[in-house]
Design a protein around this ligand. Structure first.
Ligand SMILES: Nc1nc2c(ncn2[C@@H]2O[C@H](COP(=O)(O)OP(=O)(O)OP(=O)(O)O)[C@@H](O)[C@H]2O)c(=O)[nH]1
Ligand SMILES: [Mg+2]
Length: 406
C-alpha cells in the first residue's frame, strides 16, 4: 500500500503504507484415512490463497491460508517436467511443502530515506510458485497376495480381515488394490494387500498386471495363492514367478527374491485335494514354504496366518525409495540472465529480474525509476546496449512489455 499519515496536528505525515501478506504454501500431508488418489482424478487444479493487501497505518495484510492436501501413505510426488522425486510420503502425519507462497510486496513505509521522504513507491507481491506434479501411490502393506485371476485372493482377504473387497467367480473381479488388517492372538497385527490377478506378460505391461505390481513393491513378503480348481496350478505358479522376476522394482529386493509363502486354495474341492501332494512336493523341492487352505470354509487359514507372521518377523525391511534420491530443488544463481531477440524486440530471461518485474507497479514514476536502477545494477542495461538495443525498441521481461528510452 502507498499511503501517508494524515492527522490535523501532523503537517507532513510520513509514509505509512503497510506490506502485503505472504501467499499461502501448497503442502501435501499423509492422512491414513485416505486410501486412494482418486481426489486428484476429479480435480487437477489446486491453489493456495493469496495474501491480503497491506493497509494504511502500517498495517500488514494477512497471510494467505496454506493449502493442505491429504494423500494416502505411500504416495510419491514427482515433478512432471523432470520426473525428479520431490517427496516420498510414507509416515503418518508426514508433510512436505511442495510450493512456497510468494512474499508479500512491501508498502511505502520501506522506501523512505533522506532524499525521498514521500515515496510514491510500493511493490507488488511476489508471484507464487506453480508446477505440474505426478502423484503415484505405492501401497504400504506387510504382505502382498499374488496369484492368477480367480485364485481366491479377495476371498482370503475377506476371511482374515474386516476388508470387504468384491468377490466373484470371474477373472479380474478386483480392479483396485485392497488393504486388510489381520489381527493374530488379539494384539499382533499385519497388513495384507490384495491386488488384481496377474497374468502372463504383466511385467511388460501386457494386460492389467503391470499397473498393480507396484502396489506390492513396498511389501516385505508375498503370499502366492494357487487356484486348486485351475487346470495347471503349477504352471500358473511358474508363470507368475517369472512376472515377479521381470518386474523392475526401485524399492528393496526384487519381487521374486522376497520371502514367499506358497498357499494352495480351494481345499474344499476334490480337484484341489487331488493336486495337494503333487504341488506340495514340487514347491518344497524348490525351497519354498507351503500351506493349503480353503478360504471359503476357513480350513487351514489360522495355521497359514501363523506361518505368515513368523516369516514376516524374519523378513528384511523395505527401505522407502531406497535406490532413488529425493531431489531438493537446485539453487540456481538468481542473478543470471540472458538476452535474445523476439518479435523484432528483445527478451530478457532471468529468475530474479522476472520476479522483480512482476513485483513492480510500472504505472508509478518512482517504481519505474527504481526498476531502471535495478536494470543498471544487474548489468542488464549495459548488456542490452551491447546487444544493440535502440531507443523505441520493445523489451520483454516476464509478462511485461517495456519500451526502451534514454
Ligand atoms: N470352493 C471354493 N471357492 C473359492 C475359494 N476361494 C475363492 N473361491 C471362489 O473363487 C472365485 C474367485 O474368488 P475371488 O476371491 O474373487 O478371486 P480373486 O483371486 O480375488 O480374483 P481376481 O480379483 O479376479 O484376481 C469366487 O467365486 C470365490 O467364491 C475356496 O476356498 N473354495
Ligand atoms: Mg480379487
Amino acid at each position: 500500500m502507498i499511503s501517508f499519515r494524515r492527522e490535523a496536528h501532523v503537517p507532513r505525515g510520513g509514509p505509512d503504507g503497510g506490506d502485503g501478506g505472504h501467499g499461502g504454501d501448497v503442502v501435501f500431508y499423509v492422512d491414513s484415512n485416505v486410501s486412494s488418489l482418486v481426489k486428484f482424478h476429479r480435480n487437477v487444479h489446486f491453489r493456495a490463497e493469496n495474501g491480503r493487501h497491506g493497509g494504511k497505518s502500517r498495517k500488514t495484510g494477512a497471510s494467505g491460508d496454506t493449502l493442505r492436501l491429504p494423500v494416502p501413505p505411500g504416495t510419491l510426488i514427482r515433478s512432471a517436467d523432470s520426473g525428479d522425486l520431490l517427496a516420498d510420503l510414507t509416515e503418518p502425519e508426514q508433510e512436505v511443502v511442495i510450493l512456497a507462497g510468494g512474499r508479500g510486496g512491501r508498502g511505502n513505509i520501506h522506501f523512505a530515506n533522506s532524499v525521498q521522504q514521500a515515496p510514491l513507491l510500493a511493490e507488488r507481491g511476489e508471484p507464487g510458485e506453480e508446477a505440474w506434479l505426478l502423484l503415484e501411490l505405492k501401497l504400504i502393506a506387510d504382505v502382498g497376495i499374488v496369484g492368477v485371476p480367480n485364485a481366491g485372493k479377495s476371498t482370503l482377504l475377506t476371511a482374515v480381515s474386516a476388508a470387504r473387497p468384491k468377490v466373484a467367480n470371474y477373472p479380474f473381479t478386483t480392479l483396485q488394490p485392497n488393504l486388510g488388517v489381520v489381527t493374530i492372538d488379539d494384539y499382533q497385527t499385519m497388513v495384507l494387500a490384495d491386488i488384481p490377478g496377474l497374468i502372463e506378460g504383466a511385467a511388460e505391461g501386457v494386460g492389467l498386471g503391470h499397473e498393480f505390481l507396484r502396489h506390492i513393491e513396498r511389501t516385505r513378503m508375498l503370499i502366492h495363492l494357487l487356484d486348486g480348481a485351475a487346470k495347471e496350478p503349477l504352471t500358473d505358479w511358474a508363470m507368475i514367478n517369472q512376472e515377479l522376476a521381470l518386474y523392475d522394482t526401485s524399492l528393496g529386493l526384487r519381487l521374486d527374491e522376497r520371502p514367499q509363502l506358497v498357499v494352495l486354495n480351494k481345499m474344499d474341492l476334490p480337484d484341489a485335494q487331488a493336486w495337494e501332494p503333487i504341488i506340495e512336493e514340487e514347491v518344497r523341492k524348490a525351497g519354498y514354504p507351503f500351506c493349503s487352505i480353503s478360504a471359503v470354509t476357513g480350513q487351514g487359514v489360522q495355521a497359514m496366518l501363523y506361518k505368515t507372521k513368523q516369516m514376516l518377523d524374519e523378513a528384511p525391511e523395505v527401505a522407502p525409495a531406497a535406490s532413488e534420491e529425493v531431489v531438493i530443488r537446485a539453487a540456481e544463481d538468481e542473478n543470471v540472465f540472458t538476452i535474445e531477440r523476439e518479435d523484432g524486440g528483445w527478451r530478457v530471461h532471468g529468475r530474479k529480474i522476472e520476479r522483480i518485474a512482476a513485483m513492480t507497479y510500472f504505472e508509478f514514476e518512482a517504481t519505474l525509476l527504481r526498476f531502471q536502477q535495478i536494470l543498471e545494477s544487474m548489468g542488464i542495461s549495459e548488456a542490452l546496449e551491447e546487444a544493440g538495443v535502440e531507443v523505441g525498441d520493445t523489451v520483454y521481461i516476464g509478462d511485461d512489455t517495456l519500451e526502451w528510452a534514454e
